[in-house]
Write a protein that binds this ligand. Structure first.
Ligand code: SF4
Length: 435
């Protein structure tokens, strides 16, 4: 029997032209969980065509919220051709009944511990509609064929996941809903084995917070230091502030850049989100510590919180340039289903649309409190433009002199994307009017 595993794009007509292509790890975890008697083919639609006439026996599609409409379209197309289709991933986990309108079965949450059962049921013609294993044990090693991933030349970085779960349950995030409050780990030994087997040298840790458990993180950093790899990952600033050893070990183990979820530079907003970052100066001190260790900072900013006024855009850019932050992702608040923000905005009748393809961090899908949706949309676009202007890139280079080439190549990549976004402003405005 043959299984076709698919990660759909958001829009098959307009594939994103990202500089950094990261393979969809979920597909390779599923492949690793599949018993050897099945043949598996993996399709990442961002880089490959989906053949609707494929002679497979079962189709399994993993999706998030923005690509759910495309996933549903593929499900409908495959079902019309008599195929059995299974949906899984973040969006089907939060809205399984919506997913079942398009699929024969849905995997809710993590696939470990249910995927093999689902395949047996499919073979025996006893497929159920829902499969769910809350909090599977990550100690059970799932072998992934990373050499296969590395051989796909389009991917220039290998994804690794070491933990699942998050205790913080932030208003705008569904990670706690999805993976639970308790942080679960893959053993350090198995992470090291995956890294070694991949034979690759550049990695991204996909964990929402690679230092969520400082003791585990320190053990991991010590274990990967001899492998001489380079890596990037996402970390919480609150934990970095008070632990110098943690930053040092991260740097020594090959950390090149940390993705820091700043979200806002408004003190009021920060206080409502993070108790330990009590003052904006703490944030600035944390930046200095990370930079001192030779690690580049990639910050994530979200515009559109209820405390945000029209001044937030300039205030944010000034703060980021003053602190010589290496690169930034500018996002608009996106009320993903399954989050507290979604429930709040829905109850206040402030959602403009529930067409999920617009839930992409870039398109405004709700009525902000202190500005119009168009002002929020344009404020975010213009902030990004200012941050990636030639003057700003040169000014910030002074604070990123320890890795000038990486800094410049990352900024040039973003400058290109700003041009693409500027050429799509008319589309974004039309989308807002259409919603
Ligand atoms: S935003 Fe980060 S810290 Fe907050 S719940 Fe999500 S993963 Fe956890």
């Amino acid at each position: 029997m043959t299984i076709l595993l698919i990660s759909p794009t958001v829009d098959a007509e307009k594939r994103t032209n990202k500089g950094l292509m990261i393979p969809q790890l979920a597909l390779y975890i599923l492949e690793g969980l599949t018993p050897e008697r099945f043949d598996v083919e993996v399709i990442e639609e961002e880089t490959q065509e989906v053949n609707l006439e494929h002679k497979c026996d079962l189709v399994a599609i993993s999706c998030m919220t923005a690509n759910a409409p495309r996933a549903y379209q593929l499900c409908d197309d495959f079902q019309k051709r008599g195929k059995t289709v299974v949906l899984g991933g973040v969006h089907p986990t939060i809205l399984p009944d919506e997913a079942l309108l398009h699929a024969n079965a849905v995997v809710i949450g993590e696939a470990e511990g249910v995927w093999e059962t689902l395949l047996c049921d499919f073979e025996n013609n006893t497929l159920k509609q829902k499969y769910h294993n809350p909090n599977p044990d990550l100690e059970k090693y799932v072998r992934k064929d990373f050499r296969k991933i590395a051989s796909k030349r389009l991917f220039n970085i290998i994804p690794i996941l070491t933990t699942r779960g998050c205790p913080y349950n932030c208003d705008f995030c569904c990670v706690t809903n999805l993976f639970g409050q308790k942080i679960r780990h893959i053993s350090v030994e198995n992470v090291v084995r995956d890294i070694k087997e991949s034979k690759a040298k550049v990695f991204i840790f996909l964990d929402d917070n690679i230092i969520g458990n400082p003791a585990y993180a320190k053990a991991l950093f010590r274990a990967i230091k001899p492998l001489k790899i380079k890596w990037v990952g996402q970390a919480s600033i609150s934990l970095l502030v008070g632990d110098d050893e943690l930053i040092r070990l991260a740097a020594e183990s090959g950390c090149q850049s940390l993705f820091l979820g700043i979200e806002s530079v408004s003190v009021k907003q920060l206080l409502s989100m993070r108790k330990s970052i009590k003052e904006i100066q703490h944030l600035e001190r944390a930046f200095k510590k990370v930079k001192k260790m030779g690690i580049l900072i990639h910050a994530s900013i979200v515009f559109g919180f209820d405390d945000d006024t029209k001044e937030i855009f300039d205030e944010t850019v000034q703060f980021l340039v003053r602190n010589k932050v290496s690169t930034v992702s500018f996002n608009v608040l996106t009320p993903y289903p399954g989050t507290k923000v979604y429930e709040k905005l829905k109850n206040e009748d402030r959602l403009i649309t529930t067409d999920w393809k617009y839930y992409d961090h870039n398109t405004v899908v709700f009525k902000p409190k202190n500005m119009t949706p168009l002002e929020l949309q344009m404020g975010k676009i213009n902030a990004r433009k200012k941050f990636y202007s030639k003057t700003s890139v040169l000014k910030r280079l002074l604070g990123n002199w320890y890795k000038p080439f990486v800094y410049l190549s990352m900024n040039l990549g973003h400058m290109k994307q700003v041009k693409v976004e500027s050429s799509r402003v008319a589309n974004l405005k039309t989308n807002l009017l259409r919603q």
